[in-house]
Design a protein around this ligand. Structure first.
Ligand code: ZN
Length: 172
């Protein structure tokens, strides 16, 4: 069985589980990937009930190349994501959707690389910062935090009335 592939034909009725690890090397072939490094456990379950085939992919792990929005240092971004699909046969190759994976009638296995790549990249959080506890432990760069606070207070500060007078003079 090729890497990151699962068997989808000749399965017996019931559940079929499989587990594999993906690491940095996996993302090298995806130049556009925002995730460059990390460690993940991918758990696959294929369920066969009569003619119905269902697939569940669960990915847990950490992305390690993202930078903290506060201090610009690397942080470990823990992710956990699960997707469910129905596997359907089609005479011709057609593109799968968010819910349905189309396979050919004689197809023996299914490569999950693209799905895993998408699931990991879609689970990047919008806000990337060291957690509160990490900040308290000093993981977040203090110097940068102080600098940011200084900027924040500067911009929020009311305009000094003396400057206001000067500004008025300039307008005239
Ligand atoms: Zn930080």
């Amino acid at each position: 069985m090729p890497k990151n592939c699962i068997r989808i034909a000749g399965l017996s009725e019931g559940e079929h589980g499989q587990e594999f690890e993906i690491r940095n090397k996996f993302f090298q072939k995806y130049k556009e990937s925002e995730v460059k490094t990390g460690e993940f456990i991918v758990k696959i379950v294929v369920v066969l009930r009569g003619l119905d085939r269902k697939l569940t992919i669960n990915i847990e792990g950490k992305i390690t190349n993202l930078l903290c929005d506060y201090c610009a240092k690397k942080l470990n971004c823990v992710i956990s994501t699960t997707s469910n699909f129905v596997i359907k046969e089609n005479e011709e190759e057609i593109e799968s959707t968010d819910e349905i994976i189309y396979v050919l009638p004689n197809q023996h296995h299914l490569d999950l690389s693209q799905l895993i790549f998408e699931m990991v990249n879609l689970s990047i959080p919008n806000k990337r910062t060291h957690s509160k506890s990490e900040q308290e432990k000093g993981e977040c760069d203090k110097g940068m935090l102080q600098l940011m606070e200084k900027y924040a207070t500067k911009t929020n500060k009311e305009i000094d009335p003396r400057w206001e007078v000067l500004n008025k003079l300039k307008v005239k």
